[in-house]
Design a protein around this ligand. Structure first.
Ligand code: FMN
Length: 353
């Protein structure tokens, strides 16, 4: 079982509520989080990328530190923790990204992975003239498959020729190569997204209540196995701990009750434009009415594991056993304190380790 941290490199991390004091993302904060995560023996940190936030009272994600440059700083200041930046495919050419990853992998001594994000949120890209038309909603995983094929060829051979409707590379050179397979993660929950992960990635990130997790994890594993590939699932959770289970639930419910409905409304409006069905955009719309445990929009739709340290440890073990996921990616309201408590009070109780 691997554990990772979903870095808060966008304003306010993953909580959309007036119950939590808004904050801007800083390198110093993300560095403190990463150093603490490494100290507590967590396996990786992942940063996201958003080019336009969702406003509201809290200015949710209005500021976002750039993922690759942030991870370079973190790589240079850590020794063992895995470093996973995010590429939003429409914003960068694959030959450029292949080179950035080769650089980061060298800097980090082989600790770099890559999160592939196709881009579901049109306004982020239209503002830069980078949106490929609304048919991209439906075709984004086709685009991603070709993009990844180019990355992997460049990493394996240092050169790529690729001519298609989407790309035009002619004996494109990219040296040095990383000299190893770069782990690829992606977060497709739609049927097309799951298919993409099964065919091309190593891990799928899934945002779903534990009851649904097993089916999603089994499905991506089976699809991968059918073509001779091993594909794992990492599940996303927010963690809330307190002296008692009741107190932890109170904290979570208060965050939901004081949700920033302006920001949430803006996310939902963007998600509603996404015509690729059965995926995250649908999940976010359903999350408006879900409770803490299932995943409310005040927590960006992430399910929350809450309770005393004992309860949270027992729940993590139960999820691990019942769903067969390979890892978990966590967020907290207070990241540094949450990671310290995770390492000192939760990890030692876990049977799944
Ligand atoms: C762990 C994780 C990280 C993500 N990072 C980003 C990101 O940095 N930028 C972004 O636009 N979307 C991000 N997403 C959204 C997904 O990459 C994906 O676009 C979304 O799940 C829609 O795909 P689907 O329609 O196949 O479900 C992330 C999702 C998860 C679960």
């Amino acid at each position: 079982m691997k554990f990772g941290v979903f870095l808060p490199n966008g304003s306010n991390g993953y909580i959309i509520s007036n119950a939590v004091t808004p904050y801007l993302p800083t390198y110093q904060h993300n560095l403190e989080i990463t150093v603490e995560a490494e100290k507590q023996g967590l396996d990786f940190v992942l940063s996201m990328m958003k080019f336009k936030g969702f406003g509201g009272d809290t200015g949710y994600w209005d500021a976002c530190l750039e993922s690759f440059t942030l991870m370079a700083g973190l790589a240079a200041n850590t020794q063992s923790i895995g470093i996973i930046p995010t590429v939003t495919l429409l914003s960068q050419h694959p030959a450029y990204v292949a080179r950035m990853i080769a650089t980061l992998d060298d800097m980090s001594g082989g600790r770099c992975g890559l999160n592939i994000v196709t881009g579901w949120n049109k306004p982020e890209y239209t503002q830069m003239g980078l949106w490929r038309g609304d048919e991209y909603y439906e075709r984004r995983y086709e685009y991603a498959a070709e993009y990844l094929q180019i990355l992997q060829e460049l990493w394996r051979t240092g050169e790529c020729t690729h001519k298609s409707e989407f790309f035009d590379l002619e004996e494109c050179s990219c040296l040095p190569t990383p000299g190893r397979d770069i782990p690829i993660v992606s977060a497709g929950m739609s049927p097309k997204g799951v298919e993409f992960v099964a065919q091309h990635a190593h891990q799928n990130f899934v945002m779903a209540h534990p009851e649904k997790l097993k089916d999603i994890s089994d499905s991506v594993k089976a699809k991968g196995a059918a073509i001779g590939r091993e594909v794992g699932t990492y599940a996303l959770f927010n963690i809330i701990t307190a002296e008692t289970d009741e107190k932890a639930k109170e904290i979570g419910d208060d965050i939901i009750q004081r949700a920033d409905m302006g920001a949430i409304g803006n996310i939902i409006n963007s998600a509603a434009m996404d015509s690729n069905e059965g995926g995250t955009s649908d999940h976010l719309q359903e999350a408006m009415k879900q409770d803490l445990e299932v995943g409310n929009m005040a927590f960006m739709g992430f399910p929350t594991i809450y309770g005393s340290y004992e309860t949270v440890s027992a729940k993590i073990d139960e999820i691990a056993e019942e769903t067969g996921v390979d890892g978990m990616l966590f967020s907290w309201a207070d990241f540094v304190g949450g990671i310290r408590d995770f390492g000192e009070k939760i990890k030692p109780r876990l049977a799944c380790l």
